[in-house]
Design a protein around this ligand. Structure first.
Ligand SMILES: C[S@@+](CC[C@H](N)C(=O)[O-])C[C@H]1O[C@@H](n2cnc3c(N)ncnc32)[C@H](O)[C@@H]1O
Ligand code: SF4
Ligand code: SF4
Length: 420
């Protein structure tokens, strides 16, 4: 793995070169936190096209427009800090702004075509198939590659399927992606690899969240493993041996509850090599996980969805609010700033001031790195005006208190943008 954090720190400290991060979002916040903790150094500034972010600070670093950043630091190096918009930004910097590729620390060649970022960079692994995105839309199913059972052949089959799919999209032939709003004509990599690996199904869990539809829900103790289930660790090894992983890929772990998985130690070993985001319900304080947090660039993503013991019990199906809060404090003590907390707004359950205020107080206490706002992504019921107002209340309070925030569901995004 390429250590970009060290490279940026070296340019700033040894080379005395200004370094501008492009993208004032969670990727920059994460990078800055790592730069601070490993090298006690900050980037020169951040730039972003979003006017509402310009003139403010992110993690103590000034956010400017691209034009102002270039005129203040004409010889600066750029680092593209956006997992989602990275290809577009490289295209914009090199083709529109004529910035030399040598001045972009994480440059890779890009070209224009019709595609989507998930197709171009993601590998998602379920118990029986490989896929690209977790969206299903209209009459279509998102593209999926059934696993044939041969680990050595899987990377080849994946590459062949992906190349044909993207060629067909661009030639106007029918594909499972037809009609998807995520398809756009934009910059994408000239040479495709895998930047994001996500493990999202299977496993076991000790909670019973009302919104969760995953198989893992409330399966404990573990059932015997199915003979045909994909072994996540083996599949990643196969993709790595085939040379398909990028030089700094990240892994999202969200299959069941990792801290009670019998194979968690093997998984933690794999995660040591990469940047990772671990989804956990935090019911267990796992020493080995705490050790991993200290060792590598990892964050914990915890969906708390409540701010009181009673609501937590109703939503999560277990009376463990106190224990979870205590564990969050301990994880943060082990690695300050490692926590991302999520609030899924569930009408009739947690759309009230008491829970939202309690949640935000906890976010303060555990020095949360970022808050995610979501809704139940599988719900088809329209949101009441009261629920919409409470979603706006949550977003406003997050802003007022200066927390970094990411809105992770389309419905929540729509409600908040309609209000603005
Ligand atoms: C399935 S869980 C597995 C990992 C771990 N047990 C946890 O709860 O974080 C992964 C993530 O999916 C999210 N999730 C599950 N069902 C959802 C739903 N219906 N709507 C929105 N997010 C959901 C949870 O909030 C959690 O952050
Ligand atoms: S269905 Fe949409 S999001 Fe999924 S891979 Fe196809 S274009 Fe991308
Ligand atoms: S803790 Fe995670 S896997 Fe378990 S029921 Fe809740 S959302 Fe589902």
């Amino acid at each position: 793995m390429r250590d970009y954090i060290k490279e940026i720190a070296d340019k700033l400290m040894l080379g005395n070169a200004p370094v501008i991060l492009y993208g004032a979002g969670s990727d920059s916040a994460r990078l800055i936190a790592e730069m601070k903790s490993r090298y006690s150094v900050l980037p020169t500034c951040i730039c972003d096209r979003d006017k509402s972010k310009q003139g403010k600070q992110l993690s103590g670093v000034d956010v400017l427009s691209l034009e102002d950043a270039i005129s203040a630091h004409p010889n600066a190096l750029f680092f593209v800090a956006s997992r989602t918009y990275g290809y577009q930004i490289i295209g914009e910097l090199t083709e529109r702004e004529n910035i030399s590729s040598a001045n972009i620390i994480n440059f890779e060649p890009v070209e224009k075509r019709l595609s989507c970022v998930e197709l171009e960079r993601s590998l998602r692994v379920s118990t029986s198939a490989l896929y690209f995105c977790c969206f299903q839309f209209g009459q279509n199913q998102s593209p999926i590659i059934e696993f044939g059972g041969d680990y050595d052949k899987a990377p080849q089959e994946f590459t062949k399927y992906r190349n044909e799919l993207i060629n067909n999209i661009n030639s106007g032939f029918p594909t499972p992606c037809d009609g998807c709003p995520h398809l756009v004509e934009d910059y994408f990599p000239a040479r495709r690899n895998i930047k994001l690996i996500a493990h999202g199904s299977g496993g076991i869990c000790n909670f019973n969240c009302i919104y969760c539809t995953f198989d893992a829900k409330n399966i404990y103790p573990p059932p015997p493993q199915s003979q045909n289930a994909i072994d996540f660790i083996k599949i990643i090894d196969a993709f790595e041996s085939y040379g398909l992983l990028s030089d700094n890929y990240s892994i999202d772990v969200g299959a069941g509850e990792v801290t009670i998985s019998p194979r968690r130690e093997e998984l933690y070993k794999l995660l040591e090599k990469s940047e990772c985001c671990i989804f956990t319900n935090a019911s267990v304080y796992d020493e080995k996980l705490a050790h991993l947090l200290k060792k590598c660039n990892a964050i914990l993503d915890v969906s708390l969805d409540s701010g009181t013991r009673e609501t937590f019990r109703v939503i999560k199906g277990v009376d463990l609010f106190g224990r979870v809060c205590k564990n969050l404090m301990r994880y943060n003590q082990e690695k300050p700033g490692c926590l991302v907390l999520k609030y899924i707004l569930l009408p009739g359950f947690n759309d009230n001031v008491n829970d939202i205020d309690g949640f935000l107080k906890l976010c303060d206490d555990v020095e949360v790195r970022m808050i995610q706002i979501s809704t139940d992504i599988y719900s088809t019921s329209p949101m009441s005006d009261h629920a919409k107002n409470m979603l706006c209340y949550l977003a406003d309070k997050i802003k007022e208190k200066g927390f970094l925030c990411s809105v992770v569901s389309n419905v929540a995004r729509r409600v908040l943008s309609e209000r603005d």
